[in-house]
Ligand binder design. Structure first.
Ligand code: FES
Ligand code: FES
Length: 178
């Protein structure tokens, strides 16, 4: 006879059919189809399923900006979205800025020449955030400040990052240096 003091836990089957979803999306211009588990984060899908490890994971709670990518034209935290939510979306990651073998784009080049990075962990997030700003057509000193505020860097003190952003987006790094 069953012991009434023992509670029996019900465990969903490991391969619960409703926990899996077919998705199709565009990533850096390529159409990708995949079967993803409900709980799979978008950043983990990009890094572990597609091998796009340029998108970094820092805080996993939307604070640091290291995982910033562009979803349908908007800079977005990929640690705050599930892969299944990206079904039908158009996504760009840092790998899409300068495909393998292509020269660095203007923003990347400015980060290089203005020494806007040390370890580089935060750099993809800054680049994607600033790319979204550039493409929004709302580039200005204030909007650059606002976009840089959303990303954390533990190395540079931001001066050179600001210089790089100003150089690439406004054509001068003078103002940011003061
Ligand atoms: S890892 Fe996404 S904001 Fe920090
Ligand atoms: S360059 Fe190291 S965290 Fe920004």
């Amino acid at each position: 006879m069953a012991d009434s003091r023992v509670r029996t836990a019900t465990t969903p089957p490991l391969l619960e059919p409703s926990a899996w979803h077919e998705i199709e999306l565009e990533v850096n211009g390529e159409i990708v189809g995949a079967q993803v588990e409900s709980r799979l984060l978008l950043v983990d899908f990009l890094r572990h399923r597609l091998g796009l490890t340029g998108t970094h994971v820092g805080c996993e709670q939307g604070s640091c900006g290291a995982c910033t990518i562009i979803i349908d034209g908007q800079a977005s935290r990929s640690c705050l979205a599930f892969a299944v939510q990206a079904d039908g979306a158009s996504i760009r990651t840092v790998e899409g800025l300068a495909p393998s073998g292509a020269p660095l784009n203007r923003l990347q080049e400015a980060f290089h020449t203005e020494h806007g990075l040390q370890c580089g962990f935060c750099t993809p997030g800054f680049l994607m955030s600033l790319t979204a700003l550039e493409e929004s057509g709302e580039v200005g000193k204030e909007s650059i400040e606002e976009h840089l505020d959303g990303n954390l860097c533990r190395c540079t003190g931001y001066v050179n990052i600001k210089k790089a952003a100003h150089k690439a987006l406004l054509g001068t790094s003078e103002e940011a240096a003061r």
